[in-house]
Design a protein around this ligand. Structure first.
Ligand code: FMN
Length: 310
């Protein structure tokens, strides 16, 4: 069974890697992901300057997944750029740098600096962080997204990706796709970021589960799988010539298979990786291979995007 993925001009050894924000804030975490069965590596969303993030508790595990309001704790762009300068690109696993500037100018500064460094690392610009108090998710503001993408095209000469928030209405899928399709060098979109501003309540203590934003936080895990699949499938249909990276609710080979069937080129793992650690990649890949074997598929192209309707 061949799980390799040809994408962005290279062939990755598999289709699974970490979701930004999980197991990727520190260099030793990034290197552990690279050394695991993951097929690529993405760094924690970087701001121009390092951030401590929100007060704790800011992550909470539930039976169905997770709620978090981390608030972009990260080492700052220079730290991840330095990692990217020393990254072993010859290992065959692409390196993605997630960027989440606090302002458009910060994003442009990071993109220009990365461009000047001339590295093979690929930026994934995060249009969808729900957890910085007072900062709305850019991807829900179509005017601001239009302005941002036009500016990214000026600041960055190569191919890039964006991380989208989940959308919940066909009119919004269509409106966002129309904007994204104006940008030929926007090579891929990652769907989805967490479902923002959920609320987990503990009955015993009659309290919220996390401290920031009076308990509101982004949902991941089982909660988000159907929403993630809808976003992957709809953007797969609406963005010809671009790739979709599926993210949301992957915890076994079955969900990874569903994302590819819905059209994903590659698949990221967030909440499950947080709970299980990087051993999750080999387990999920083996489960996926077994599922494919039972169905008579030999490679991902045999079923990618071939989800049937009734
Ligand atoms: N997404 C980003 O694009 N940038 C981040 O910095 C980021 N930080 C996260 C931190 C934590 C602890 C978690 C749980 C998620 C974070 N996310 C971030 C969202 C995940 O990348 C992912 O989109 C979301 O959790 C859904 O995937 P899952 O169901 O596999 O968790």
């Amino acid at each position: 069974i061949d799980l390799s993925v040809t994408w962005l001009g290279q062939t990755m050894p598999g289709c699974l890697y970490n979701a930004s924000g999980v197991w990727c804030r520190e260099e030793d975490e990034l290197e552990t992901v690279r050394a695991s069965a993951a097929a690529a590596v993405i760094s924690k969303s970087a701001t121009l300057h390092a951030r401590e993030g929100n007060p704790e508790p800011r992550y909470y595990r539930t039976a169905l997944g997770s709620i978090n309001s981390m608030g972009l704790p990260n080492r700052g762009f220079a730290y991840y750029l330095d990692y990217a300068r020393r990254y072993d690109y010859g290992c065959g696993k692409p390196l993605f740098l997630s960027l989440s500037g606090m302002t458009l100018d910060d994003n442009l500064t990071m993109l220009r600096t990365l461009a000047a460094a001339g590295l093979p690392a690929i930026p994934e610009i995060n249009l969808s962080c729900p957890n910085v108090p007072g900062k709305p998710q850019l991807g829900y503001d179509f005017v601001a997204t239009t302005e941002a993408l036009n500016a990214f095209d000026q600041a960055w000469p190569g191919r890039y990706g964006v991380k989208l928030p989940p959308y919940f209405d066909p009119a919004h899928f269509a409106a966002m796709a129309e904007i994204l399709n104006r940008h030929p060098r926007l090579a891929y979109v990652t769907c989805i970021n967490s479902i923002g501003n959920g609320l987990v309540v503990d009955v015993d203590s009659e309290a919220v589960a996390i401290k920031p934003k009076d308990g509101l936080g982004g949902l991941g895990g089982d909660y988000v799988l159907p929403t993630a699949l809808a976003n992957v499938r709809e953007f797969y249909r609406l963005l010809p010539g671009k790739d979709i990276v599926g993210c949301g609710g992957v915890k076994s080979g079955r969900e990874a298979f569903m994302h590819i069937l819905a059209g994903a080129r590659a698949v990221q793992v967030g909440t499950c990786l947080y709970h299980e650690g990087p051993a999750a990649f080999a387990r999920i890949a083996a489960e996926m291979a077994e599922l494919m074997r039972s169905k008579g598929y030999r490679r991902l192209d045999d079923f990618r995007g071939k989800l049937r309707t009734l």
